[in-house]
Design a protein around this ligand. Structure first.
Ligand SMILES: [Zn+2]
Length: 353
């Protein structure tokens, strides 16, 4: 048994749900925890701007999936032989966490790995068959979607649904019409992303970034990656979700409406910032560099600093000067002081040395 496993253990029916509400796409994995088998809980809840499910898929490295398969096979064999499974399940958890980070299209894959936990709990022999099939399917689907994604990378004036249907008429194999499984009314709690639900029975509380708000929506029960992708593509086409290229990471991201952002909201690898935040900072730095008041201030600062070095000006005088200069610089940037007056003031104590 998994006695030393420190996380909630997926149990019972593990389901994937998807919906798009107000240009936000939501993907969830629901399951019970083995210690609370009656309560359906959230193992994953992801909210992203519409377009991300497809866009992230384009950049996922599926060779990693291939190299992980033999490792998983080895883990499963060891577990089936009745050896202590905790370590192997911790490794399986690492693998599904990796795919969570690669994009929401991998929710069915994550769920398939999570089902190994549930199977172990109900005493079944574990098998990699479903996971292997899925891996092969992701590879085919990615190739298809790389082609289809280009349909979305056009000016926002273009009606995407018409554009797609026209492409379908010409090349129905490359641009298929998508259909998908069961859609039904459901209640979702929105307002931020959730990594893993910790059930009250485990003495931990769900930690959300923002308060949760219940929303009734038409929700898809995802049975396969095709299901999920087809549903998303149809939503994007109907809602006219266009792809723009992020000026920071160079990846596609979805936009709706009239707003034309330059940066996506992906988290930058190894940073707590998103492209949007880093991009805004870069723009600010650029503007500061370009501002003539700041250029003049820097020029004068250097000249005054040199005077301290040569003993013409004391450090106190310089500090006083620079404080005044910064205040005037900021007023000049804000448009309260003309550049002419600012430069005249900077040069007013010029010496012929
Ligand atoms: Zn980006």
């Amino acid at each position: 048994m998994l006695e030393n496993y420190p996380y909630p253990i997926p149990h019972g029916k593990i389901t994937v749900r998807a919906c798009v509400i107000n240009a936000t796409e939501i993907i969830e994995i629901r399951a019970c925890d083995r210690k609370a088998p009656e309560t359906e809980g959230l193992f994953w809840h992801q909210e992203t701007e519409a377009g991300r499910c497809l866009a992230d898929f384009l950049y996922a490295d599926l060779t990693v999936m291939k190299t992980q398969l033999p490792v998983m096979q080895e883990a499963i064999t060891t577990i089936n032989e009745g050896k202590d499974p905790t370590e192997n399940f911790l490794m399986l958890r690492e693998i599904y966490r990796y795919w969570k980070a690669q994009g929401t299209i991998f929710a069915p894959y994550v769920a398939a790995i999570m089902r190994l936990f549930a199977d172990q709990g109900s005493g079944k022999k574990l098998s990699l068959t479903d996971i292997k099939k899925l891996a092969a399917r992701y590879e085919e689907l990615q190739a298809t979607m790389k082609q289809i994604a280009e349909v979305f990378a056009v000016d926002r004036a273009v009606n995407l649904a018409y554009r797609y249907l026209a492409k379908h008429e010409e090349q129905p194999d490359l641009y298929p019409l998508f259909s998908y499984g069961h859609v039904h009314l459901d209640v979702l709690f929105t307002g931020g992303n959730l990594e893993t639900a910790y059930f009250e029975e485990l003495g931990r509380e769900n930690t959300y970034l923002t308060p949760r708000k219940p929303v009734v929506a038409e929700v898809l029960t995802v049975e396969s990656p095709d299901d999920l992708m087809g549903y998303m593509v149809n939503k994007y086409l109907i809602e006219n979700v266009h792809f723009r290229t992020c000026k920071y990471c160079g990846r596609y991201f979805g936009v709706t409406g009239n707003y034309k952002p330059d940066y996506c909201s992906r988290q930058i690898e190894g940073s707590t910032k998103t492209c949007k935040e880093a991009g805004a900072l870069r723009l600010y730095e650029q503007r500061k560099m370009e501002n003539p008041a700041i250029r003049e201030y820097k020029r004068s600062y250097k000249a005054h600093n040199a005077r301290v070095r040569y003993g013409i000006m004391t450090r106190e005088e310089f500090n006083q000067w620079s404080e005044e200069a910064r205040a005037k610089r900021d007023r000049c940037v804000a448009g309260e002081l003309s550049l002419e007056d600012f430069v005249a003031w900077l040069d007013s104590d010029k010496r012929s040395n």
